[in-house]
Design a protein around this ligand. Structure first.
Ligand code: HDE
Length: 751
């Protein structure tokens, strides 16, 4: 009986044909141009991609593609097999003794399948568990061999393949993308001379000065151990308890409470190597160096309320954003710049360049652009690539070396160590995503999951039986910069490490007024979640050493008077810095216009489909992603017999998921939207989150219904709120596009 009931008898072609049927538009629906981005919501739309499902990968996009080709599996038109390659006749029924009898122990097919499934998960990263990644390349602007012998910088136009993983720090692998957190920015360069991992963050400083403190920091940050809460959030007692007792974290806390910690997109944030590194040229000369990534799309952030709402509406917001932009051909790009300085120069700075809680102001050492990085290919498989990629700060190449930063020194150990437990052994470098393009030859042997089949009898050095091979590279190989070191063995830190506040002041003084207000609000939010009053007070006493208005603003929101400033170490240096514009997010508007920006066009039956069509076309022409949002899916009736297909419903893709809103003309459409509670919330949220809104003709009744003011609270005009007639469509759209390309209208904020 079991043999006669086949659960899946249709042929693959029949399934494909059935799916095609679903895509045939219903009669009377006007054709509409294909959207450049394929999905606005996780709920109702599907992603189509050449690489999803059957179909060959795009050929030869970069060198890594070729390298990974040998392990790519494409099961299109293939039969099902076991892991031993044995064809499987029936994948639906286990082997039973009679139709209603027990399952036979000999069912090796069932056992293999279930056993493999039982072991599918590997330990998630202890920090940075949640991440998204992409392939691409780094292209050097020129020959920088005077600075470094790293081959990636050897010639103008030279391309080095890269794999980049962005991440949050605190949350688990399944946590929401838009939480307030530092973002990881880890770049693996597959260089000619081996892999170089630049494992950075989107914030240029760190919480602590010494690796010794890292496990404590992370234990304090992670969910509290007794009840496993909160997920992916620093807004709880143990985190603030720890940092309130760790004055060196003050500078970083200001960054973390700033809008940097709620980026609009991974594509719209800076990256930093954080530590001071060394560059070494072919003559053995060395300079210090800091690494900066600057996004071409500019730096843009979310509003806090928006970030919270996105967390519920689409927890994969950043992952989806990166994926869709790349699939649509809008490859994100960053410029890599170096801050280069000598050891002598560093000695004259008021701060210690080995202290990772300090940055090097650009006024002191300007940036030198050296190349660009383009991410133009999504991974084929999340687990095989994004999850199994192993970044290690110890992965440096000839031309790049470490400084004595005590945090960096600890990291050199930690990453290698963590991969061994995460990826199950010492051969993780053989996983395809981790394997260098440069050939690997050494006498390391065996270990779990060894892939290479080493031939010959020699696995030691020196040897004569193998002709002395593999031989040492000598001067051509990596040799550590021979820095002279001397000193007593002590648990101690340099004197300049004692200044915890000067650069926190520098950061604060470099922020715009709205940025300052956001920082105060973030501190208030986090500390309101803290239950222990003494911890709140201690944090504010640290802030009192930074700026009175900051500390008073936070204290007022928490309902207590200003506490005395925290004690400052006697004799600690306290340099004064002029504000540095580079530290404000307002300094990086970007030049991508409105490319990839998502625009909701809110409609209901009765919408003017002619105007809607024009708006849609203009947005597409500018590279934006228009989405027609309606109370229900299916055909929206326009005037006359014309209809337009809704992309998504208001409840499936709420306002926070869009960068801007347009309400087109249409008497009946406006009336029914005004009667729809979610539609009114939609426009209110667009306004509250300071995003551009354009209403045309009757669409303007939405403004009245939502009680939105026509001007800013100051009485100044609100150029991001465009209320026009359809006769003024061209001018209105031009103003809308300008507003969308620019910063948000933060003048609307009333808090
Ligand atoms: Fe990490 N960090 N970290 N970190 N870190 C890890 O390595 C660690 C630090 C950063 O996408 C872990 O593979 C120590 C600074 C990124 O796979 C672990 C210290 C910066 C990523 C680890 C630091 C970072 C990690 C966890 C202090 C910015 C994600 C899983 C001494 C410059 C990489 C893993 C990816 C991941 C240890 C501090 C950035 C445990 C001990 C400072 C972007 O090895």
């Amino acid at each position: 009986l079991a043999g006669t009931i086949a659960d899946n008898e249709a042929k693959p072609q029949e399934f494909a044909a059935a799916r095609e049927d679903v895509r045939v538009p219903s009669a009377g629906v006007t054709a509409k141009p294909a959207s450049p981005l394929v999905s606005a919501s996780s709920v109702s739309e599907s992603v189509t991609s050449e690489k999803v499902g059957a179909g060959a990968p795009k050929p030869g996009e970069n060198a890594v593609t070729g390298n990974l080709d040998r392990v790519r599996v494409d099961s299109g038109a293939q039969g099902l097999t076991t892991n031993q390659g044995v064809p499987v006749a029936d994948n639906q029924n286990s082997l039973k003794i009679g139709a209603r009898g027990p399952t036979a122990l000999e069912d090796f097919i069932l056992r293999e399948k279930i056993t493999h499934f039982d072991h599918e998960r590997i330990p998630e990263r202890v920090v940075h568990a949640r991440g998204s990644a992409a392939h691409g390349y780094f292209e050097s602007y020129g020959d920088f061999s005077e600075l470094t012998r790293a081959t990636s910088f050897a010639a103008a136009g030279k391309r080095t393949p890269v794999f980049v993983r962005f991440s949050t720090v605190a949350g688990g692998a399944g946590s929401a993308d838009t939480v307030r957190d530092v973002r990881g920015f880890a770049v693996k360069f597959y260089t000619d001379e081996g892999n170089w991992d630049l494992v950075g963050n989107n914030i240029p400083v760190f919480f602590i000065q010494d690796a010794m403190k890292f496990p404590d920091l992370v234990h304090a940050l992670k969910p509290e151990p007794h009840f496993g809460m909160p997920q992916a959030s620093s807004a709880h007692d143990t985190f603030w308890d720890f940092v309130s007792l760790m004055p060196e974290s003050t500078h970083m806390l200001l960054w973390q409470m700033s809008d940097r910690a709620i980026p609009r997109s991974y594509r719209m944030m800076q990256g930093f190597g954080v530590h001071t590194f060394r560059l070494v040229n072919a003559s053995g000369e060395s300079v210090f160096c800091k690494f900066h990534w600057t996004p071409l799309a500019g730096t843009h952030s979310l509003a806090w309320d928006e970030a919270v709402k996105i967390g519920g509406a689409d927890p994969d917001f950043h992952r989806r954003d990166l994926w869709e932009a790349i699939e649509a051909g809008h490859a994100p790009e960053w410029e890599l710049s170096l801050q280069v300085f000598t050891e002598e120069q560093a000695g004259n700075f008021d701060f210690d360049v080995l202290d990772p809680t300090k940055l090097v102001p650009e006024e002191l050492v300007p940036l030198t652009p050296v190349g660009r990085m383009v991410l133009d290919r999504n991974p084929d498989n999340f687990f095989a690539e994004t999850e199994q990629v192993a970044f290690c700060t110890a992965h440096v190449v000839p031309g790049v070396d470490f400084s004595n930063d005590p945090l960096l020194q600890g990291r050199i150990h930690s990453y290698l160590d963590t991969q061994i437990s995460r990826l199950g052994g010492v051969n993780f470098h053989e996983l395809p995503i981790n394997a260098p393009l440069a050939p690997v030859h050494n006498n390391q042997r065996d270990g779990m999951h060894r892939q290479a089949i080493h031939r010959g009898r020699v696995s030691y050095e020196p040897n004569s039986l193998g002709g002395g091979c593999p031989f040492q590279a000598g001067a051509a190989g990596f040799s550590s910069f021979p820095q002279a070191e001397q000193g007593d063995k002590l648990r101690i830190k340099p004197e300049k490490f004692a200044d915890h506040y000067s650069q926190a002041k520098l950061f604060w003084n470099s922020q715009s007024l709205p940025e300052k207000m956001h920082i105060i609000k973030a501190f208030r939010f986090e500390l309101t979640r803290v239950q222990t009053p003494a911890i709140r007070q201690r944090v504010v006493s640290l802030l009192a050493n930074v700026d009175d208005s900051l500390a008073e603003g936070v204290a007022a929101g928490l309902g207590f008077d200003m506490p005395a400033p925290a004690p400052v170490i006697a004799g600690a240096p306290a340099p004064e810095y002029a504000p540095s514009p580079a530290l404000s997010l307002t300094s990086y508007p970007g030049d991508s216009g409105i490319t990839t920006r998502k625009v909701a066009i809110l409609v209901a039956d009765g919408v003017d489909t002619v105007v809607l069509g024009k708006i849609y076309d203009v947005l597409l022409e500018h590279g934006a992603v228009p989405r027609v949002v309606a109370p229900r899916l299916g055909a929206v009736k326009g005037k006359g017999a014309v209809t337009w297909q809704a992309d998504v419903t208001i409840d499936a893709a709420p306002s926070a998921l869009y960068d801007a809103l347009i309400v087109p003309p249409g008497d009946a459409s406006a009336i029914s939207l005004c009667e729809h509670g979610l539609a009114v919330e939609f426009i209110k949220d667009q306004y509250r989150h300071c995003k551009p809104i354009m209403v045309l003709d009757d669409g303007s009744t939405m403004l009245d219904r939502a009680e939105l003011p026509a001007v800013l609270p100051t009485g100044d005009p609100d150029f991001s709120l465009i209320n026009a007639t359809s006769g003024q469509l061209d001018e209105a759209l031009a103003q809308f596009i300008q507003a969308l390309a620019g910063p948000r209208e933060l003048g609307r904020e009333t808090d």
